[in-house]
Design a protein around this ligand. Structure first.
Ligand code: BGC
Length: 282
């Protein structure tokens, strides 16, 4: 089939199932991009949501409003996930307002790209601090609360669920983005090691590994037709991912529908990890 004969892009139209009613969720970095879409999807599915942000209070308030419009409770909370004191304070605030936590979406992340030999220690450290250490700090607080509270059968089969937002770059090397790829590779084994350790407490820990999703982090990769066409050479499914694609995956993974899923990276990438170059080469 030639490129011209490819079928048109049709986006999924899905019914919202309220599979998370009664659950309390925290989404880090929820004021934009993937975090925003996941927070709204959780809210639509019945969860009450803490909308974390580090800057962009107005955007965070819009997310809070969107969640409240679908009948769930929502609360904005400013905290830098790379700062232990701020993470501890955020969890204390959540506990005071919502009573507990059932779902942590470890989403906050950033890129600070540079050719390897020009990368500063500050760029290296900032990306590792937010993308990896931030996920550690939030996961640790969540596991402490999950263990303290245990399973509440009317709420969920599990004592708690953690979803780490990883990336296809937990397995695909990425020149010019060494700090970012290293942070996501770290997230993969951190997630699996935590999952192995806390599974007996009925705590599920998984990752979502998105491919190219249309968000502010990668505007350069999709904003012009030329950039979009170049990106599509890396995506066998021939469309960019939308933040809602990740929102739907997160709802399923956090719900009891995925109760026996533990320690996996769920790639939501239109086939980016299928080595598309080998479709015609090799
Ligand atoms: C990065 C994006 C990139 C995508 C696919 C993501 O993890 O944040 O900038 O477009 O991976 O390469």
């Amino acid at each position: 089939m030639s490129e011209e004969q490819l079928p048109q892009v049709v986006m999924p139209q899905c019914q919202v199932e309220r599979v998370l009613v009664g659950q309390k969720a925290l989404v880090t970095g929820a004021n934009s991009g993937i975090g925003k879409a996941v927070a709204i999807a959780l809210g639509h599915s019945g969860a009450d949501v803490v909308v974390n942000y580090v800057s962009g209070a107005d955007q965070a308030q819009e997310v809070v409003d969107a969640i409240q419009q679908c009948g769930s409770h929502a609360l904005g909370c400013q905290a830098d996930v790379s700062r232990e004191d701020q993470v501890v304070a955020m969890f204390a605030k959540m506990k005071a307002e919502f009573g507990t936590i059932d779902i942590l979406i470890n989403n906050a992340g950033l890129q600070q790209d540079a050719p390897f030999d020009e990368m500063t220690l500050a760029e290296w450290n900032r990306v590792i601090d937010v993308n990896l250490t931030g996920q550690f700090l939030c996961a640790r607080e969540a596991v402490r609360e999950f263990k303290r509270r245990g399973v509440v059968p009317d709420v969920s089969c599990a004592a708690g669920k953690i979803i780490c937002m990883s990336s296809v770059h937990e397995v695909i090397p990425w020149a010019g983005h060494v700090n970012y790829a290293a942070s996501k590779g770290g997230v993969m084994l951190m997630m699996k090691s935590i999952a192995q350790e806390v599974a007996p407490y009925r705590i599920r820990v998984n990752s979502i590994a998105p491919g190219a999703i249309r968000t502010p982090i990668n505007t350069d990769a999709w904003q012009t037709p030329e950039a979009y066409d170049a990106l599509m050479t890396l995506v066998p499914y021939k469309r960019i991912g939308e933040p809602e694609d990740i929102g739907r995956a997160a709802v399923w993974l956090a719900s009891d529908q995925a109760d026996y899923v533990n320690g996996i990276s769920l790639f939501v990438d239109g086939g980016m990890t299928l080595y598309p170059g080998f479709a015609t080469g090799g």
